[in-house]
Ligand binder design. Structure first.
Ligand code: PEP
Ligand code: MN
Length: 334
C-alpha cells in the first residue's frame, strides 16, 4: 500500500503518519518527490485501517498496490532511480554504455579492448571471469585470475567493471572486486544468490531470464531490494521464442513496459539478444529510441578467435562507428 501525502503536507505530518504505520508493525519507505512525498508501506497491510490513515492530516490518498513487487514498483517510488556506479550514473535520462569482451582471456586482450572502448565513449567495462556455458567442455572463464585482470585494467583505465557471479559463495569476493555484480539470465531465479547479493550495497545488473516474464524479472529485483539493496539495474537481453534465426528475440516492448511498472533503470544487451554482430547496431539504436538507460555490448579485438561469443562480438572499430550513431540519436532525442 502507498500513502500519497499532499504537496502542502508538513514534515511533522509526514512523521506522524510514518510513526502511526510503524506502530502497526509496518515498514515505511519514504520517497520525497519534487511535488509530494510518497510513503511506501510494507507488511500485512490488511491490518491497517486505510480510511483512518486517509483522514490523517496531510494525507492526500491511500492506494493499495496490487502488484506482487513493491519496492521495485513505480507506485512506491514515482521518480526514476539512478544507480551510482563509482561516480557513473545509470538511469534517469542518461545513457550509459558498458562494453567489453564476453570473457576475459588475458591482460593484453582486456587492456587493449578497454582502452579502445573508452576512447569510443564506453563508461563501464564488461568482461566475464566465471562463464555460464551450455557445454561443460566449453571454456569456463579464467575464474579468480580473470577478476584480478579486470581489477588491473580498472586501475589503468579508471573504468568501473561489471562481471558475472554464478554462486552465492562468491558474493564476498565479488563485493570486493567488482563495481557492478552481474546476475546472468540463467541465474535470474537463483533465489539464494539473489538474497545473498541483497545483503550487499553493490550495484546489481539483473539480466532477464531466458524465458521469464517481465513480472518474474521484477519479482527477482524485489528479492534483492527486500534484502536492503536497492541498487538494481535491469537488463533486457532477449527472450526465447519460436524464432531460431536469431539467438534470442529482443523484446523492445519490455523497455516501455518496465519503465511504466518500475522506477529501476533498464539497459539492453543487443549482443546476446541477437547472437549476430551485424544486428547489434540496429538493435542498439532501437533500444535507445525506445528509452533504454544504457547498453551492454560485446566487443572483441579478434572476434573470429574469441573463446566465447565471437559471432556476436563487434570489433573495436565497429563499436566506434555504432557509438557515433548512438550519440547522434541520443542528441536528437533530448
Ligand atoms: C553475458 O553477459 O556474458 C551473458 C552470459 O549473458 P546472459 O546471461 O544474458 O546470457
Ligand atoms: Mn557473451
Amino acid at each position: 500500500m502507498i500513502v500519497v501525502m499532499k504537496s502542502s503536507a508538513t514534515k511533522e505530518e509526514v512523521l506522524r503518519v510514518t510513526d502511526a504505520l510503524i506502530k502497526k508493525g509496518m515498514q515505511v519507505q519514504t520517497n520525497k518527490g519534487v511535488d509530494c512525498t510518497v510513503l511506501g508501506v510494507l507488511g500485512d497491510t490488511y491490518t491497517v485501517d486505510k480510511e483512518r490513515v486517509g483522514m490523517m492530516n496531510g494525507v492526500d490518498r491511500v492506494v493499495s498496490v496490487q502488484e506482487p513487487y513493491k519496492k521495485a514498483n513505480r507506485k512506491f517510488h514515482p521518480e526514476d532511480s539512478v544507480v551510482n556506479v563509482n561516480g557513473v550514473p545509470v538511469g534517469g535520462g542518461t545513457l550509459t554504455v558498458m562494453a567489453g569482451p564476453c570473457s576475459v582471456e588475458s591482460f593484453p586482450q582486456l587492456e587493449g579492448i578497454a582502452v579502445q572502448c573508452k576512447a569510443s565513449g564506453a563508461q563501464i567495462l564488461r568482461g566475464g571471469a566465471f562463464k555460464p556455458r551450455t557445454s561443460p567442455y566449453a571454456f569456463q572463464g579464467l575464474g579468480e585470475q580473470g577478476l584480478d585482470i579486470l581489477e588491473e585494467v580498472r586501475r589503468e583505465t579508471g573504468m568501473p567493471i561489471v562481471t558475472e557471479i554464478m554462486a552465492p559463495r562468491y558474493v564476498e569476493l565479488f563485493s570486493e572486486k567488482a563495481d557492478i555484480i552481474q546476475i546472468g539470465a540463467r541465474n535470474m531465479q537463483n533465489f539464494d544468490l539473489l538474497k545473498e547479493v541483497g545483503q550487499t550495497k553493490k550495484p546489481i545488473l539483473l539480466k532477464r531470464g531466458l524465458s521469464s516474464t517481465i513480472e518474474e524479472l521484477l519479482m527477482s529485483a524485489e528479492y534483492i531490494m527486500s534484502g536492503g539493496n536497492e541498487n538494481v539495474i535491469l537488463c533486457e537481453r532477449g527472450i526465447r521464442t519460436f524464432e531460431t534465426y536469431t539467438r534470442n528475440t529482443l523484446d523492445i516492448s519490455a523497455i516501455p513496459a518496465i519503465k511504466k511498472l518500475s522506477h529501476l533503470p533498464v539497459v539492453v544487451d543487443p549482443s546476446h539478444a541477437s547472437g549476430l554482430s551485424y544486428m547489434v547496431e540496429s538493435l542498439a539504436l532501437a533500444a535507445v529510441a525506445a528509452g533504454a538507460d544504457g547498453l551492454l555490448i560485446e566487443v572483441h579485438n579478434d572476434p573470429k578467435h574469441a573463446l566465447c561469443d565471437g559471432a556476436q562480438s563487434l570489433t573495436p572499430e565497429a563499436f566506434d562507428g555504432i557509438m557515433h550513431k548512438i550519440n547522434a540519436l541520443k542528441s536528437i532525442m533530448s
